[in-house]
Design a protein around this ligand. Structure first.
Ligand SMILES: Cc1ncc(COP(=O)(O)O)c(C=O)c1O
Length: 436
């Protein structure tokens, strides 16, 4: 097995790179034993490259840390962070379930071989069709977000469906506004008094079996304290069999950042559970970002370099494959894959899209680069693939898994034909449907 090489200096850069990252004596960066420049040649750029061993280790780490502290527990991957059948399959193989939001993720989870019983269905606006699909698929739990959904689900279920109530604990997680969900005023879940009313109604339901409560505070949270407060608040709603404490653990994106370890996070959650929740309850956690971010890197080829103040290094991707920068101001690290430890004066690593906000890394300390060189942005394994788009006709990148010196393509690059596939040719444009 390839380990983080002695030539990736210990410390913070190693924390940002995938666990099996290695830099050889000539400065070539590899992950899973595969050189990134070779992968760029073989699969083209931009491409998402994932450290398969790193993903598996992280799944096992979450399970191990939770199970040893709280044996009656489940780790469920928040699949919005990387919804692809290969990743659902990998998680299922590692004994991890899936949290899905909506019919698309549910379909992908099932296609990826997830046991329906291990699937938790989320969403603040699930349609009737989605609820029906979840019930018919045998999804283990549906998380009820609001009273309309409770009524509609009740009308759909004829047998018995396990449910959780999503509670809004009114705890601010201190992260970017766009990814804060636990604070007062959030669109997600029911504030405590309304949650209590939903619980009372569910206790009278013939078809909905109330198993417990759920909350999710937000994403990229760098402090464990908010979970302790949230656990105490939901505990006031009574004793249940299941408590799902959501995801949200932050990730180290840059070498000067630090975030709680999996051990520290799970430790804080289980300490709070021991203080406030029934000892017999099952605990569920839903890590997404912290499960997959570090295992992923995006490789790009430099297309042009405009030297000046500042110097712009433009690559063949950008906002089309990484929206984290423009949506949340996420700061990433970039490396030149064939001189990975070399640095130089700050440059603006920018994309190819028609917005000035299309920056991948501002002030990247990259060595001298010329068109054709390959650069990689680290810790892009979460939400980048998810939010890839066709801005400027960009073709969504492929996904390559690397392990033990072997690479395999698990999502192919989109093609121009894919881009055109949904368009109805103008010569045969369908007439607008007439009102019934
Ligand atoms: C209900 C729920 N659970 C878990 C997560 C995962 O959060 P993260 O990726 O920050 O771990 C999310 C993210 O939006 C979510 O909405």
């Amino acid at each position: 097995m390839v380990q983080t090489g002695p030539s990736v200096p210990d410390g913070q850069l190693a924390d940002v790179l995938p666990p099996t990252a290695d830099v050889d004596a000539d400065g070539h960066l590899s992950i899973g034993g595969c050189r990134l420049s070779d992968l760029a040649d073989a699969y083209g750029t931009p491409a998402y490259v994932l450290d398969e061993e790193g993903l598996r280790r992280q799944a096992r780490r979450f399970r191990h840390e939770l199970e040893r502290r709280w044996p009656s527990s489940r780790v469920v991957f928040a699949s919005k962070a990387f919804p692809s059948t290969a990743i659902y399959r990998l998680m299922a193989e590692e004994g991890v379930g899936a949290d899905v939001a909506g019919a698309g993720e549910l379909a992908m989870a099932l296609a990826g071989g997830m046991d329906p019983a291990s699937i938790i269905v989320h969403g603040n606006a699930k349609t009737d069709a989605e609820l029906r699909m979840a019930v018919e698929a045998g999804a283990g739990l549906v998380v009820i977000d609001n009273f309309d959904e409770l009524d509609r689900l009740e009308a759909i279920v004829t047998g018995e469906q396990g449910v959780l109530v999503r509670v809004l604990p009114s705890v601010h997680p201190h992260t970017h506004d766009a990814i804060s969900t636990g604070q007062q005023g959030s669109k997600f879940g029911l504030p405590l008094p309304e949650a209590a009313a939903a619980i009372s109604r569910l206790r009278l339901s013939d078809h909905l079996r109330l198993d417990g409560l759920h909350f999710h505070l937000g994403s990229q949270i760098l402090d464990t304290a908010p979970w302790a407060v949230a656990v105490e608040r939901v505990a006031a709603l009574g004793d249940f069999d299941v408590y799902d404490l959501g995801g949200g653990l932050g990730v180290t994106y840059t070498r000067d950042q630090s975030c709680p370890s999996v051990e520290a996070w799970v430790g804080a959650l289980t300490d709070a559970a021991r203080r406030h929740l029934p000892a017999s309850a099952t605990l569920v956690i839903e890590p997404g970002r912290s499960m997959v971010a570090r295992a992923g890197m995006t490789v790009y080829r430099v297309v042009s370099v405009k030297r000046g103040e500042p110097t712009f290094v433009a690559v063949d991707g950008g906002m089309g494959d990484n929206l984290e920068v423009s949506l949340y101001g996420q700061v990433f690290e970039a490396l030149a894959v064939d001189d990975a430890l070399a640095t130089g004066p700050p440059v603006e690593l920018v994309g190819r899209h028609c917005e000035s906000g299309d920056r991948l890394v501002s002030g990247a300390l990259l060595p001298h680069l010329v068109p054709g060189d390959v650069v990689a942005v680290a810790a892009t394994g979460a939400y980048c693939f998810t939010m890839a788009n066709n801005y400027n006709g960009a073709l969504r990148p492929p996904v390559v898994l690397c392990r033990d010196g072997q690479s395999r393509l698990v999502v192919r690059r989109e093609t121009i034909e894919d881009l055109l596939r949904r368009d109805v040719p103008t010569t045969q444009a369908a007439k607008a449907p007439t009102a019934p």
